[in-house]
Design a protein around this ligand. Structure first.
Ligand code: NAG
Length: 320
């Protein structure tokens, strides 16, 4: 099941990978059709050591820990990526064991604390320049640990026989905020820990989302008396600053998501209806002003094919 969902996710990403270029990069001008990228995608079991096959693994998605080697087969300036994902309560650490990539004709190895596809980044809510570290002929001085459970290494090694080696580790994340799901199933809780900012849980697939527990815009501090308001709908229209957006997006930048409903209130009863989201990505996004202790627990399930037609939200309809 895991493997199937991953393929779905990868399929959705594949179309975008030709633009797999970081800001400032003048990447490969290859005009390979999406289909050929798809044939290059495969899941990589990293037991201990693994050599990246330049013909098969240019677009690589891996959920494993372990050591990877890359040696360039040619002088072509091909841009490739290693998309790393871990369990939602993990961070990703990358240790470069060596980088032997000449800087001269555009060789580059870039660590990205997040994912980048087609010029869109995730998590866009908390993006800053600190998230990208570029190097060529030396290892980065900084420790490379992602803030969430997905990270990316992009590379372009236009020098035959040159390359790099890295080790991927998964570390515990005590306060996960942005979660990328590996598939579209499971129960997840988002919390702001009383802080200002946004957190999200994202499935790179259509999904059915049910809110199991809601406490948003209510709890100022730990008080004994709490009033169940029930679930309040369309909270943004009411001008409230703390809410949960449920919806979807057609790319990695979920600040541009299409919202089906924005919820707030205190409700410990499971939502009666699941929201059916027929979008490339299904997104639940908690927006917090910092004045409340917010939390929301949601259940994700794959959207059955027969429900796609009758989905609550179908992305892209407004563009037509
Ligand atoms: C959180 O999201 C809201 C609404 O989309 C946005 O206005 C705000 O700038 C975001 N806050 C942060 C810290 O990104």
């Amino acid at each position: 099941m895991r493997r199937i969902m991953l393929l779905v996710a990868v399929y959705l990403m594949v179309e975008a990978t030709q633009a797999l270029v970081l800001p400032g990069w003048r990447g490969s001008e290859r005009d390979s059709p999406a289909a050929s990228w798809f044939s290059r995608v495969r899941r990589l079991p990293l037991t201990t050591h693994r050599v990246i096959d330049p013909n098969e693994d240019c677009f690589l998605v891996t959920s494993e820990e372990g050591e990877l080697f890359f040696k360039s087969p040619s002088d072509e300036p091909t841009v490739c990526g290693i998309y790393m994902i871990a369990d939602p309560d993990k961070r990703i650490q990358v240790i470069f064991n060596y980088i032997d990539v000449p800087c001269s004709n555009g060789g580059l190895v870039a660590w990205v604390d997040g994912w980048e596809l087609n010029g869109q980044v995730w998590p866009a809510d908390a993006w800053d320049d600190d998230r990208v570290v570029e190097s060529c002929d030396r290892r980065p001085r900084r420790k490379l640990v992602s803030r969430q459970n997905a990270a990316l290494v992009q590379y372009r090694v236009p020098a035959r026989g040159k390359g790099f080696s890295l080790t991927i580790r998964h570390l515990r994340n005590a306060r996960p905020c942005n979660l990328m799901l590996f598939g579209s199933e499971g129960v997840y809780t988002l919390r702001n820990h009383g802080e200002r900012g946004n957190c999200s849980v994202v499935a790179v697939a259509p999904a059915a989302v049910r809110v199991l527990d809601l406490n948003v815009g209510q709890t100022v501090k730990t008080s004994l008396l709490q009033l169940e308001t029930g679930t309040i709908h369309h909270c943004t229209k009411r001008g409230l600053g703390d809410y949960v957006d449920v919806g979807g997006a057609a790319g990695l930048d979920h600040t541009k998501m299409e919202v089906y409903d924005s919820l707030c209130g205190l409700d410990s009863n499971e939502g009666r209806h699941a929201v059916f989201v027929a979008c490339e990505d299904t997104v639940v996004r908690l927006v917090s002003s910092g004045r409340y202790q917010n939390s929301v627990t949601v259940a994700f399930a794959p959207l059955p094919l027969e429900h796609i037609e009758h989905a609550d939200l179908v992305c892209g309809l407004n563009d037509m």
